[in-house]
Ligand binder design. Structure first.
Ligand code: APR
Ligand code: PHB
Length: 386
C-alpha cells in the first residue's frame, strides 16, 4: 500500500487527523489493533473545549454533538457545606460541551464510512521502519493474517500511551517527564435522572468526588480511591454512600440508580521528551497524558491534530516544511499548559491524608470562591483559551 500519511491508531487522535487531512486533499491509511466495536465502546472522557468543538465543526462531525450534546456554562466546585458556581459564560464569555468520547468515536467512524475511508482494524505486529528517511514505512499483519506494508512520506503515531510509535524514537526517555499520582478514580456509569445541571467537583476529607454526565439519562460519577484498591471491594451501595457523603449539601439530594459499568483508573501526567523524530510525529496520548481532572486528554489531542494538520498541509500542498518542523515546539507549549492545569486541579481537589495539606487545599478553594481573578484563570484554562 502507498499513501501520504500512515496513521497508527483509530482513537480520537487518529481519526480527527484522518478527517483533517482528507479535508485538505491529503491521503492517509489508518491501522488499529483493536476491533471497531471495542474502540467505539471504550468509555473515556466526555467534555469538549471550545477549540475542540470548533475543530469538529470544521471537519463536519459536529452535527450530532450540537443536537445531543449539552452545552455547559460553568461548573460547581464544592467544599463541605458550600457549593460554588464558577460561571464561565459570565467570566469569559465561553462555554464547554458535554458529549461522550464514545459518541465522538461513532461520529468519526461514520464520517470515515461516508467518505469511503478504509480503516484496518484488528491488525497485529505493527512496526515502524526508516523514520529517519524521507520514505518511512509501517508493516503489520492484517485481520486475515496477511503481511502488509504501507509506504508513505509521514507516519502519525496516534496509538495512545502504550502503542509502539513513541518507542520507535531513539532515546525518547531523554527529556521525558512522568508523575504517577498517589490516588486513582473509581468511575461509574449509571442510569439515573440528573441530580445537577452542571458538573460538580467536590473536595471532601474522605477524598475527591465528582458528578459528570453523558446524556439526560446517563450519569458519570467518580470517587477518589487508593491506587491499590480493588473494584471488588466496592459494592454498588458502598459507591452510592461514598458519593452521597462526599457531595452532601443541605437541600440537595444525589439520585441513585442502576450502575451499568464500574472501574478504577490510574492517574498519571506524562510528557514525552520528543514528539517527533525524522518523519514520525506523535499525536495525543502517544506523546503525553494527563490525569482526568479537568478532562484535558481528548482536548489536547485535538490541539495536536490542528498543529500537525497545519504542518502537513503546508508540507504536502505548499512543499514548505517549516511549520511541520516546528510541530513539537508548537504542540508542547499547549501540552505544558494543560499539564499544569490538570496537575493543579488534581492536587487541589484530591486528599493525601495529611491535615496540613487539607487546610491548604480548603484555604485555596475558599479563596477561589471569593476571587474573580482566580476564577477567570480557572475558566480560561477549563474552556481552553491559551
Ligand atoms: N497498532 C495500532 N493501533 C494501536 C496500537 C498498535 N500497535 N497500539 C494501540 N493502538 C490503538 C489503540 O487501540 C487506540 O484505539 O491506538 C488508539 C489510541 O487511542 P487513544 O488511547 O484513545 O489515544 P488518542 O487517540 O490519542 O486519544 C486522545 O482522548 O479520552 C482521551 O484518554 C484519551 O487522552 C486520550 C485522548
Ligand atoms: C467525564 O465526564 O468523564 C469528566 C468530565 C470532567 C472531568 C473529568 C471527567 O474533569
Amino acid at each position: 500500500m502507498k499513501t501520504q500519511v500512515a496513521i497508527i491508531g483509530a482513537g480520537p487522535s487518529g481519526l480527527l487527523l484522518n478527517r483533517y487531512l482528507a479535508k485538505h486533499g491529503i491521503e492517509s491509511i489508518v491501522i488499529e489493533d483493536r476491533s471497531r466495536e471495542y474502540v467505539e465502546a471504550r468509555i473515556r472522557a466526555g467534555l469538549l473545549e471550545t477549540q475542540s468543538v470548533k475543530l469538529m465543526e470544521e471537519l463536519g462531525v459536529a452535527d450530532r454533538l450540537y443536537k445531543e450534546g449539552m452545552e455547559h456554562k460553568g461548573i460547581y466546585l464544592q467544599v463541605p457545606g458550600e457549593r460554588h458556581h464558577i460561571d464561565f459564560e459570565e467570566l469569559i464569555g465561553h462555554t464547554v460541551w458535554v458529549y461522550g468520547q464514545t459518541e465522538i468515536q461513532k461520529d468519526l467512524d461514520a464520517a470515515c464510512d461516508k467518505a469511503g475511508q478504509e480503516i484496518h482494524y484488528e491488525v497485529t505486529e505493527v512496526a515502524l521502519h526508516d523514520i529517519d528517511s524521507d520514505h518511512p514505512s509501517v508493516t503489520f499483519v492484517d485481520k486475515d493474517g496477511n503481511s502488509q506494508k504501507i509506504e508513505c512520506a509521514v507516519i502519525a503515531g496516534c496509538d495512545g500511551f502504550w502503542g509502539p510509535s513513541r518507542k520507535a524514537i531513539p532515546d525518547v526517555e531523554v527529556g521525558s517527564f512522568e508523575r504517577v499520582y498517589p490516588y486513582s478514580w473509581l468511575g461509574i456509569l449509571a442510569n439515573v435522572a440528573p441530580s445537577t445541571d452542571e458538573l460538580i467537583y467536590a473536595w471532601h476529607p474522605d477524598g475527591f468526588a465528582m458528578h459528570s454526565m453523558r446524556s439526560d439519562k446517563v450519569r458519570r460519577l467518580y470517587i477518589q480511591v487508593d491506587p491499590n484498591d480493588d473494584i471488588a471491594n466496592w459494592s454498588d451501595d458502598r459507591i452510592w454512600e461514598a458519593l452521597a457523603k462526599r457531595m452532601e449539601l443541605t437541600g440537595w439530594e444525589l439520585k441513585t440508580g442502576e450502575i451499568t459499568e464500574k472501574n478504577i483508573l490510574a492517574m498519571r501526567s506524562f510528557v514525552s521528551g520528543k514528539l517527533s523524530h525524522g518523519r514520525l510525529f506523535l499525536v495525543g496520548d502517544a506523546g503525553h497524558t494527563v490525569p482526568p481532572t479537568g478532562a484535558k486528554g481528548l482536548n489536547s489531542a485535538a490541539n495536536d491534530v490542528r498543529f500537525l494538520g497545519e504542518g502537513l498541509v503546508d508540507f504536502f500542498n505548499k512543499k514548505d516544511a517549516s511549520l511541520l518542523n516546528r510541530y513539537s515546539e508548537r504542540a508542547k507549549e499547549t501540552i505544558w499548559r494543560v499539564t499544569h492545569f490538570s496537575w493543579w486541579m488534581t492536587t487541589m481537589l484530591h486528599t493525601s491524608g495529611n491535615e496540613f495539606d487539607n487546610q491548604l487545599q480548603l484555604s485555596q478553594l475558599k479563596h477561589l470562591f471569593k476571587n474573580k481573578a482566580l476564577q477567570t484563570n480557572l475558566a480560561e484554562n477549563y474552556v481552553g483559551i491559551r
